[in-house]
Design a protein. Structure first.
Length: 165
């Protein structure tokens, strides 16, 4: 899937347990430690992203893994009048590949694949210490939704959602 902003990005569906994914998730968790003082403690397993409950993707540029992201169905989340929500998880772009449109391309891919799997709304949680993520989501049409999940009572967490056409 190429866009003018991220020419050369190849996105493939992969296992959450794939070695490149494990490495990038560890890098993301280290980023959380730097920004928030600890990792995200949300439990995610390979089964979280199976055909029935979710999907996970890896984007490569010039053969190198540069972006990851996935979604999982959330039966316990109601947002924006939707009846079937999917939640974005573990979206991350390696620092050397940031500001090249890869995050926006991955986000569009997650929206498309979640919609194709039957989701009518996509939700996510991010933190106040990630202003670049908040800007990406807001510029892509995401608006505030009610909190959910492990961090729903944390004041620094931002919850956003978007109706899928």
């Amino acid at each position: 899937m190429d866009t003018p902003a991220s020419v050369g990005l190849d996105i493939e569906r992969v296992s959450f347990g794939a070695s490149d994914v494990v490495r990038l998730v560890a890098d993301l968790q280290q980023e959380f430690v730097l920004r928030y003082g600890g990792p995200d403690e949300t439990v995610l397993t390979v089964d979280t992203f199976d055909d029935e409950s979710g999907q996970f993707f890896l984007g490569r540029s010039a053969g190198e893994p540069v972006v990851i992201g996935g979604w999982r169905m959330r039966r316990d989340v109601a947002a924006l009048g939707g009846t079937r929500a999917a939640e974005i998880k573990r979206m991350y772009v390696v620092p050397t590949a940031q500001r090249r449109g890869h995050a926006r391309t991955m986000l569009a891919h997650l929206e498309t694949t979640a919609r194709e799997a039957g989701a009518d709304v996509l939700v996510l949680e991010t933190g106040a210490e990630q202003p670049e993520a908040i800007a990406l989501y807001e510029s892509s049409g995401y608006t505030p939704v009610e909190g959910f999940g492990l961090y729903k009572d944390e004041p620094s967490v931002r919850y956003l959602g978007k109706r899928l056409a």
